[in-house]
Design a protein around this ligand. Structure first.
Ligand SMILES: [Zn+2]
Length: 412
């Protein structure tokens, strides 16, 4: 199968080629990239899919999802293991519609991602590639304590990580700040988490949004810092220097800000002792400056050279499923180019996940995880909303609004 379009964005943050075609090999890898006529001439028996005014790029990676996050459902009492699995499956399948071919899950109910991944390997379901943590880890009473594992002291931290590695965790997720300036885990506990992960050859990400929590996580040497909402330029520089990647999750904080703002407007005139209103006001006090922090500083931090990876972190009830294109739109609105934004969802994630030799770029020899969107993506990031085709390992999984499952395979 040959796919051809007017534009080809390689995913390296800058390169856009014109009038190229991509040959997908029978092994599901990108066999050759060349001028369309040349490739057609050389492989005359291959079927050609010509997309015209469209862009070929690597399939996207959402680096912060929670496929099995059911806690915010109003009827959460209904959610047992079976329903949670169906819920997670729905999220995983919806990814293709957004051009997403891989995800990093940063805490879901115990065993959900491992079982989803097994189901995909057995051919029961067709879903994106998953790299996953187990459930998150926090101190007793720490951020999200009622949903994740609570540990205290360096040895409990290590023991929980050992249990998670035993149970198949591929990454570890630690939580250490909530909406105040008081850090949760101690430096000793954070250091133990990083040491235990790296000693076992796995990477770890940490939820840190405020100071001095962010600095403590930089000092501990986590592989990725999630949110880092209120970091400063010095933190960004240190992260760039130490090779710590940043997952800003702009969309999540912007959406939370907008929800609070709208609810407060609706509640105008409500008595101050209304507990609903009080909660909204408290949330607003955190999310409004959070939204502004991203808006006003994203570009400045990006320019330090810190590795930015795109993640959506949608956990609210009825939130959109993995709205990664919107996250990338914010990045462009805040000052970087579409090609740079795409890099945060393609080759940067591949590098952070340690699979840069396998995917993340449109390059010969890599997995044919490809996306075709209408228009010139290098000029307009919203082209991502017009998904024409998604392939996973050379296999069509989504085309023109239809998801393909099972053995239906036009490429192999
Ligand atoms: Zn999260």
């Amino acid at each position: 199968m040959i796919i051809s379009a007017k534009y080809l964005m390689t995913g390296d943050g800058k390169t856009v080629l014109k009038n190229q075609a991509v040959l997908i090999g029978t092994d599901g890898k990108i066999q050759k990239i060349a001028a369309k006529e040349e490739l057609k001439g050389e492989y005359q028996e291959e079927e050609v899919k010509e997309y015209g005014d469209a862009t070929i790029l690597p399939g996207l990676c959402d680096m912060h999802v929670h496929l099995g996050y059911w806690y915010s459902q109003p009827d959460s009492f209904n959610y047992g293991p079976q329903l949670i699995m169906m819920y997670a499956l729905q999220h995983a399948q919806a990814a293709f519609e957004r051009g997403i071919t891989s995800v990093r899950d940063m805490s879901s109910a115990h065993g959900v991602c491992r079982n989803l991944k097994l189901a995909a390997e057995k051919g029961f379901v067709t879903i994106p590639r998953i790299t996953h943590t187990d459930t998150g880890i926090c101190m007793t009473g720490g951020h999200a304590w009622d949903e994740i594992e609570q540990v205290d002291g360096p040895w409990e931290v290590r023991k929980e990580i050992r249990r998670q590695v035993r149970d198949g965790a591929e990454w570890v997720k630690v939580m250490t700040t909530h909406r105040s300036h008081i850090p949760e885990l101690t430096q000793e506990e954070l250091n133990a988490a990083v040491d235990e992960c790296h000693r076992r050859g796995i990477k770890c990400g940490v939820h840190a949004g405020t100071n001095p929590g962010i600095q403590m996580c930089i000092d501990a040497g986590f592989d990725t810092i999630e949110h880092a909402t209120f970091m400063n330029i010095d933190h960004a520089r240190q992260m760039a220097e130490k090779g710590i990647a940043w997952t800003p999750t702009i969309m999540a904080y912007t959406l939370l800000y907008e929800i609070c703002r709208d609810n407060m407007e609706k509640h105008t005139g409500a008595p101050v002792n209304d507990p609903v209103m009080q909660k909204e006001m408290k949330d607003y006090q955190y999310f409004e400056p959070a939204y502004k922090a991203y808006r006003d500083h994203f570009k400045e931090f990006y320019d330090t050279g810190v590795t930015v990876i795109a993640g959506t972190d949608m956990v609210m009830y009825q939130s959109p499923l993995m709205p990664l294109p919107r996250e990338l739109e914010y990045m462009v609105e805040y000052g970087i180019t579409p090609a740079q934004a795409i890099q945060t969802a393609t080759s940067n994630p591949a590098m952070v996940l340690g699979v840069e030799g396998e995917r993340g770029l449109v390059e010969e020899g890599l997995d044919a995880d490809l996306l075709v969107v209408g228009g010139d993506l290098s000029k307009d990031i919203t082209c991502l909303n017009d998904v024409k085709l998604v392939t996973l390992g050379g296999r069509r999984v989504f085309e023109d609004g239809i998801r393909y499952v099972g053995t239906g395979n036009m490429f192999m």
